[in-house]
Design a protein around this ligand. Structure first.
Ligand code: NAD
Length: 496
C-alpha cells in the first residue's frame, strides 16, 4: 500500500500516525478489496487526543471566543463543505459503498446542520428567575460540558457526525471523534476543512480503530464529559453502562424496525415509491429503514404487485455510477448477517417473493451485494418482524383495522420511525398520536432537517439530535444567586 493510501488520525491540528506505528486495512465494498490503510490507535493515542481536547477546552483561543465567534467558525465550515461536496461524496462512497447520487445529495445538504447550529450558538439564553427571596437575584447560565466523545457508525459517517459536532461546538465543547473502523477515510478530507475553517488546535480531534478497543477507551477516559453515539444496540448498551459508571451523560441513537403502514385510501403510486425507497435506498442500511410493511388486507395483493414491479427493475452495480439504484452492503460481516436473516425467515415459514440471496449479477463483480428481497406471510413472532436486519429485506404483514395496524406497528422493542400512507386527515392525526416512534412520516418517508428533532422511543435510543433543544444536550445549567442585603442573617437558621 503506498504512503498516499494511508490515512492518519487528527490530533492538535496535525495529521499524525498512531503511537504504535500500526495500521489496519480498509475495504471498498464494491470491489470487496482493501484500498487503504488507517492508523490503528491504542490507549496512548486516545489519551493524547482527549488531553488535546481538554487543553483546547480551557484555552483562551476557544474558551475566550464569544458565542457569535463560535457560530462564525461553524458557518465558515459550512461554506467549505459546500465547496467540496464532490470530494467528500466520493470519499464516502469508496468507504461505505452507498450510491454517489445519495451521497452527493446528503453532503450537499450537510452544511445546513452547521449553519443551523452556527446561527443558534448566540441564541442560547439563561433566565432571570422571579426569586421569592427579598433583595436576591437568581439567574441561570448555560455552560458547555467539556470534552465530548462523538462515536459514529459506517452508514452515513459525515452526516451523523454533523448531527453531533455542530451542536457540541456551537455550545462551546471540544470533541474527539471516533469513526467506524469500516469507514475511517472520509474523515480525512473533512478534517482538512475543519482546519481551514480556523478552529483552534485541539477543538476537534480524530482517533481511528475498533469500537471495543478505541471506542471503549474513549468512553472510559476520565476527561471525557459526554458521549454522543450512533450505532447498534449492543454497543449502545455497553456505552450506556460505561457512561453510567462514570456518571456522564450519553446520547444514544440506535437501531429500528420501522413500519410503513399503507391504508386502502392512500395514493398507492406514492405509497409504493415511499415503501421501496424506505427499504431499498442505501441498500436498507439506514437506521430508519422501513423494514416492515403493514398493508390493509383489501389492497394487499394489488399493492405487493406494484412493489414487485418497481423492485424487479432496480439496477444494481457500481455505486459511483449515477445509473445504479441499489449498491453493495458495506461490510462482509453485514453481508453474512443479512444472508442469515434471509435463511432464518425462510426456515420460519415466511414466503420469499423477490430476491432471497446474494446477488451474483455480472454488474456486481466481486462486491458484497444482496438481491432486493421481499417476504410475505410474515408473522409478528418471526425474527424478521422483530429484529433489525440493516439490509434490503422487506417483511410484509396484512392488517384489517386501524387498531390492528397500530398494535402491529408498536409490537417491536424499537421505536425509531414509522410511515403512514392515507388520504384521511383524521386517520393521519390519530396514527401520529398512537404510533410509538420518534419520527412519524405521513405520506412521506426518510425526511429530516436540522430544525427537526430526531431520535428513538423504546430501545431505539436516548435523547434527540436536531432541533433547537438538542444544543441543551451539550450544555449544563448553572443557577446563580446574588444576595443584595447589607446584613447576613443568623448562620443557624436556614433561609427559606
Ligand atoms: P456499531 O454499534 O457496531 O458501531 C458504531 C460505532 O460504535 C463504531 O464507530 C464502532 O467502532 C463503535 N463501537 C462499537 N462497540 C463499541 C464499544 N463497546 N464502545 C465504544 N464504541 C463502540 O454500529 P454499526 O454497525 O457501525 O452501525 C449500524 C447500526 O447503527 C445499526 O444498528 C443502525 O440502526 C444504527 N444507526 C442508528 C442511527 C440513528 O440515528 N438512530 C443512524 C444510523 C445507524
Amino acid at each position: 500500500m503506498s504512503a498516499s493510501s494511508r490515512f492518519r488520525m487528527f490530533i492538535d491540528n496535525e495529521f499524525v500516525e498512531s503511537a504504535s506505528g500500526e495500521w489496519f486495512t480498509t475495504d471498498n465494498p464494491f470491489t470487496g478489496r482493501p484500498f487503504a490503510e488507517v492508523a490503528s490507535a491504542n490507549e496512548e493515542d486516545v489519551d493524547r487526543a482527549v488531553r488535546s481536547a481538554h487543553r483546547a477546552f480551557n484555552a483562551p483561543e476557544w474558551k475566550g471566543l464569544t458565542a457569535s465567534q463560535r457560530g462564525e467558525l461553524l458557518l465558515r465550515l459550512a461554506d467549505l463543505i459546500a465547496a467540496h461536496v464532490e470530494e467528500l461524496a466520493v470519499a464516502e462512497v469508496r468507504d461505505n459503498g452507498k450510491l454517489i447520487s445519495e451521497m452527493r445529495a446528503q453532503i450537499a445538504y450537510m452544511p445546513q446542520w452547521y449553519r443551523y447550529y452556527g446561527g443558534l450558538a448566540n441564541k442560547v439564553e439563561g433566565a432571570h428567575l422571579p426569586s421569592d427571596k427579598k433583595n436576591t437575584i437568581n439567574f441561570t447560565r448555560y455552560e458547555p460540558l467539556g470534552v465530548v466523545a462523538a462515536i459514529v457508525p459506517w452508514n452515513s459517517p459525515l452526516l451523523l457526525l454533523a448531527w453531533k459536532l455542530a451542536p457540541a461546538l456551537a455550545a462551546g465543547n471540544t470533541v474527539v471523534v471516533k469513526p467506524s473502523e469500516f469507514t475511517s477515510t472520509s474523515i480525512t478530507p473533512f478534517m482538512e476543512l475543519v482546519k481551514d475553517a480556523g478552529f483552534p488546535a485541539g477543538v476537534v480531534n480524530v482517533v481511528t480503530g475498533t469500537g471495543p478497543t478505541v471506542g471503549a477507551e474513549l468512553v472510559r477516559h476520565p476527561l471525557v464529559r459526554k458521549v454522543a453515539f450512533t450505532g447498534g444496540e449492543t454497543a449502545g448498551v455497553a456505552i450506556a453502562e460505561a457512561a453510567g459508571r462514570r456518571l456522564i451523560p450519553a446520547t444514544l441513537e440506535l437501531g429500528g424496525k420501522s413500519a410503513n403502514v399503507v391504508f386502502a385510501d392512500a395514493n398507492l403510486d406514492n405509497a409504493a415509491k415511499g415503501v421501496i425507497g424506505g427499504i431499498f435506498a442505501a441498500t436498507g442500511q439506514t437506521c430508519v429503514a422501513g423494514s416492515r410493511l403493514l398493508v390493509q388486507r383489501e389492497i394487499a395483493d394489488e399493492f405487493i404487485e406494484r412493489l414487485l414491479a418497481i423492485a424487479r427493475t432496480a439496477r444494481m452495480g457500481d455505486p459511483l455510477s449515477t445509473d445504479t439504484q441499489v449498491g453493495p452492503v458495506t461490510t462482509p460481516v453485514q453481508l453474512g448477517k443479512i444472508l442469515r436473516h434471509i435463511e432464518d425467515a425462510k426456515a420460519e415459514g415466511a414466503r420469499c417473493v423477490l430476491g432471497g440471496g446474494r446477488a451474483e449479477r455480472p454488474e456486481c463483480g466481486t462486491g458484497w451485494f444482496v438481491e432486493p428481497t421481499i417476504f410475505t406471510d410474515v408473522t409478528p413472532q418471526m425474527r424478521l418482524a422483530r429484529e433489525e436486519v440493516f439490509g434490503p429485506v422487506l417483511a410484509i404483514m396484512p392488517f384489517d383495522t386501524d387498531e390492528e395496524a397500530v398494535s402491529l406497528a408498536n409490537s417491536t422493542d424499537y421505536g425509531l420511525a414509522a410511515g403512514v400512507w392515507t388520504s384521511d386527515l383524521k386517520r393521519a392525526h390519530r396514527m401520529a398520536e398512537q404510533l410509538q416512534a420518534g419520527s412519524v412520516w405521513i405520506n412521506t418517508y426518510r425526511t429530516s432537517a436540522p430544525m427537526s428533532p430526531f431520535g428513538g422511543y423504546k430501545r431505539s435510543g436516548l435523547g434527540r439530535e436536531g432541533g433547537a433543544d438538542a444544543i441543551k444536550q451539550y450544555l449544563q445549567v448553572k443557577s446563580v444567586w446574588i444576595d443584595l442585603n447589607d446584613e447576613y442573617p443568623s448562620p443557624f437558621v436556614m433561609r427559606l
